[in-house]
Design a protein around this ligand. Structure first.
Ligand code: NDP
Ligand code: GDR
Length: 349
């Protein structure tokens, strides 16, 4: 892998532009990565991962009336922040043209499934067409860059095969899943049409203490901590029977990086190969702080989805065998780590 990187940076990379023997060529030899969605859960872990490997990191943020930098505060000023929006072709083209990155990770999206039912058009603009806008920019101004697209297990939806692997047919069940499927295929198409090094990681659910509060794991770990500390008494939830393959986000950003180091561009499924129900999640989180979840959880139809994805489980055999990737945290370790982090955060307030 290291050998290939050397060849790569000498062949396509910034080393070509460096004057040998100067101090500035040391930095010029460092690979450069551009991350969209750097303010999100995965963006923050990926930025840390790449900085630790010596990359220059450029993070794309959209303009908002106040900054949403909580997850990356500790990385500034080591990360260069630039402004662009998935809705705006010109802004994307310019940041990619100016940065001339070796690797581009497209993590930005409208990523919450229930919002995709209430805002399906916007979800399509961000999560589907946003990918084409970035690929167009790559094709026109930086075609040598390696491109990673954040595809999702939601594309399997009403599953056609269990466990799900790279060859499993797709059957998305939400406007989000459908938008991701478009993003997935447009990435394949630009690879096949224009010879771009463009790949999709089909990632199953991955979580962490930095997960958004609206997603089920964080909603549960935050509530378990609040109830334990006497700051809440109940938690209203949707479908407790749904099953997911949950892993740790820190492991999954390493899978993204590995995919862009492979000798040939290929799509991979990334997951643990274990599935658990939402009820099990609740039981582990509440049990960890000595609470009986049955006394606190209220099932509320408001949180049911118009169409549900009932059961997902990955077959990560290909990425394990070909790229040596493996998850480091078990389901129980992940959930208890998240509960402990929420306890610490709430106690500090
Ligand atoms: P988050 O929701 O935490 O982060 C999404 C990021 O996208 C944020 O940085 C957000 O910026 C940015 N963004 C949203 N809209 C725009 C826009 N119009 N222009 C520019 N940036 C925008 O997602 P995750 O980190 O959890 O996931 C990363 C990616 O991986 C997403 O594409 C998601 O769909 C996909 N994915 C996630 C999985 C998971 O389990 N976490 C599994 C499979 C795929 P802002 O801070 O301004 O809102
Ligand atoms: P998901 O994650 O839809 O799989 O998408 P989420 O955590 O929102 O839901 C997982 C499952 O839990 C059930 N559920 C609830 N979900 C939420 N959010 N809130 C509840 O109160 C609740 N009660 C039960 C849901 O019905 C569902 O079955 C995530 C996102 O990160 C996507 O961007 C990503 O692509 C996929 O994971 C893989």
């Amino acid at each position: 892998m290291h050998g290939r990187q050397q060849v790569r940076f000498t062949t396509h990379g910034r080393a070509q532009r460096a004057a040998p023997g100067t101090t500035s060529d040391w930095r010029a030899l460092m690979p450069k990565a551009l991350i969209t969605g750097i303010t999100g859960q995965d963006g923050s872990y990926l930025a840390e991962h790449l900085l630790a490997k010596g990359y220059d990191v450029v993070g794309v943020v959209r303009r908002t009336s106040h900054h949403s930098y909580e997850r990356i505060e500790h990385l500034i000023p080591r990360v260069e922040i630039v402004a662009a929006d998935l809705l705006d072709q010109h802004s994307l083209t310019i940041v990619i043209q100016e940065a001339q990155p070796d690797e581009i990770y497209n993590l930005a999206a409208q990523s919450f499934v229930p919002t995709s039912f209430t805002q399906p058009v916007l979800t399509g603009e961000f999560t589907a067409l946003g990918v084409t806008r970035i690929l167009e920019a790559v094709r026109l101004v930086c075609p040598r860059a390696r491109f990673y697209q954040a595809s999702s297990s939601e594309m399997f939806g009403k599953v056609q095969q269990t466990p799900q692997r790279e060859t499993t047919p797709f059957y998305p069940r939400s406007p989000y899943g459908i938008a991701k499927l478009y993003g997935h295929w447009i990435t394949v198409n630009y690879r096949e049409s224009y010879g771009l090094y463009a790949v999709s990681g089909i990632l199953f659910n991955h979580e962490s203490p930095r997960r958004g509060m609206e997603f089920v794991t964080r909603k549960v770990t935050d509530a378990a901590a609040r109830i334990k500390l006497g700051r809440a008494t109940e938690l209203r939830m949707g479908n407790l029977d749904a099953k997911r393959d949950w892993g740790f986000a820190g492991d999954y950003v390493d899978a993204m990086w590995r995919m862009l180091q492979a000798p040939t561009p290929q799509d991979y499924v990334v997951g643990t190969g274990e599935s658990h129900s939402v009820e099990e999640l609740v039981a582990v989180a509440f049990g960890h702080v000595g609470l009986d979840w049955r006394k606190h959880i209220v099932v509320d139809p408001k949180f049911y989805r118009p169409a549900e994805v009932d059961f997902l489980i990955a077959d990560p055999a290909r990425i394990k065998a070909e790229l040596g990737w493996t998850p480091t945290l078990s389901f129980e370790q992940l959930v208890t780590m998240m509960v402990d982090a929420d306890l610490r955060r709430l106690q500090a307030r």
